[in-house]
Design a protein around this ligand. Structure first.
Ligand SMILES: [Ca+2]
Ligand SMILES: [Ca+2]
Length: 153
């Protein structure tokens, strides 16, 4: 029996570019969510704070082991062949998922309810790559914050 549910949130403020992103570019490079796969986990929500008010679609590709390919901020995204077997799901923050909050926009996708399977190598971290789906220029390198919520059994 479970004694109680752990519902941690991992908050990541990636270092992003202030030069223009093209559609399909990686935003913030490889994201590491430490310890998410330490037990059985269920991804429950993803919140995005956009301090520049762009409100663009962001796709998050999820992997259950460290990535061998290079995923460079502001460069075109393609999954390296060696990483394809590590892909375990994705989350989309659509333009309709944002609210305007003054000059900012806040995005939320919930419920996600995506079970996260640990890879055969026993790795305990979850890895993600964020891909932008609109030509966008941010003002500051800290304009995006990603909060991943999950339930840990
Ligand atoms: Ca670019
Ligand atoms: Ca802007």
């Amino acid at each position: 029996m479970t004694q109680g549910l752990y519902m941690p949130v991992i908050s990541i403020t990636p270092t992003i570019s202030t030069s223009a992103y093209a559609t399909g570019d990686v935003v913030g490079g490889k994201l590491t969510l430490e310890g998410v796969l330490m037990s059985r986990a269920l991804l429950t929500h993803l919140a995005v704070f956009d301090d520049d008010g762009e409100g663009v679609q962001l796709d998050f590709f999820l992997f259950n082991a460290d990535l061998e390919g290079t995923y460079t901020d502001n460069a075109a995204f393609a999954i390296n062949a060696s990483d394809k077997a590590k892909w375990i799901g994705q989350i989309v923050i659509e333009t309709g998922d944002y609210l305007s909050a003054g000059a900012d926009k806040t995005g939320l996708k919930t419920p996600i309810n995506l079970p996260l399977e640990r890879g055969a190598n026993g790795n305990e971290d979850l890895f993600a790559v964020c891909v932008i789906r609109s030509s966008t220029t941010f003002t500051a390198t800290t304009d995006l914050r990603f909060d991943f919520g999950y339930i840990l059994d």
